[in-house]
Write a protein that binds this ligand. Structure first.
Ligand code: PLP
Length: 268
């Protein structure tokens, strides 16, 4: 009999175009040798051109998906992506507490504070930012905002590496154990610096900047690679290093799809 692999849970939205969200997470988990499980928060009507509809799942159904897989199959690491509403965020926080996911429990929780698609379509209601900061960040082992999300969450407009450090410090105040401020949107920087902060020390992860058009799902892919590494028992610095190496290759392997923006393609 084959051994049971490490298991990871994604709590996120579905992208009907197959590029981002749940679909990107499952592809990444598979590529990393991890069994992937899903708690779906919303169904988006989406293709390569953008999101034309969002249908949220009842909060109690989101919570039930988390509890039912955790109590039977077991979760070694979990991540959140699109959470859509404050009500879903509260339900996710309560369910994670019940099954010991997040700080205070045994299972690491990665919170990717997804707020909009790359086309600017909203994936999180404005009134849900408070719930994200107040209820989920204090439970998070790691939060992974991009610079647009940093601006929404802290009001800090990052234009330099020094400001990226200020943003990491401001985000750490919300109570997560680690913060990863992704520098992909710092367009003037010839390299792409992701900055990890544990409340006292910074670790820098520098990668090449590729001028590519097809980057749909890159944030989800990075967060789910880190989640996979943690599920396999890696420490945080090694997990982020693995995530960075993986996302560089995945962006290089991105492909065109439809008439808009194509997805990154998870690979080592
Ligand atoms: N759609 C869903 C369901 C997502 O979860 C995400 C990101 O997490 C996106 C779209 C946005 O991806 P991108 O920013 O690559 O467009």
């Amino acid at each position: 009999m084959n051994p049971t692999p490490p298991r990871a849970l994604t709590i996120a939205g579905s992208d009907s175009g197959g590029g981002a969200g749940i679909q990107a997470d499952l592809r990444t988990f598979f590529a990393c040798g991890v069994h992937g499980m899903t708690a779906i928060t919303a169904v988006t009507v989406q293709n390569s051109l953008g999101v034309t509809g969002v249908h949220t799942i009842p909060p109690e159904v989101v919570a039930a998906q988390i509890e039912v897989v955790a109590t039977d199959i077991g979760v070694q690491a979990a991540k959140t992506g699109m959470l859509a509403t404050a009500e879903i965020i509260s339900a996710v926080a309560a369910a994670c507490d019940k099954v010991h996911i997040g700080l205070g429990g045994a299972t690491p929780l990665i919170v990717d504070p997804v707020s909009a698609s790359m086309h600017g379509d909203p994936l999180l209601r404005d009134d849900a930012l408070d719930a994200l900061r107040g209820e989920l960040f204090p439970r998070a082992t790691l939060v992974t905002p991009n610079l647009d999300e940093v601006r929404l969450l802290t009001g800090i407009e990052v234009r330099s590496r020094a400001e990226q450090r200020d943003a990491a410090k401001a985000l750490a105040e919300y109570g997560s154990k680690w913060v990863l401020v992704k520098g992909g949107h710092l367009w003037d920087d010839p390299e792409c610096l992701d900055l990890l902060y544990d409340g006292s020390e910074f670790t820098e992860f520098v990668g090449p900047r590729y001028d590519v058009r097809h980057t749909h799902g890159s944030g989800d892919t990075l967060a789910s690679t880190i989640t996979s590494a943690l599920a396999k028992g890696a420490d945080m610095v090694s997990a982020v290093r693995a995530g960075k190496a993986f996302i560089v290759e995945s962006v290089r392997a991105a492909y065109p799809l439809g008439g808009g923006v194509g997805p990154v393609s998870p690979r080592w």
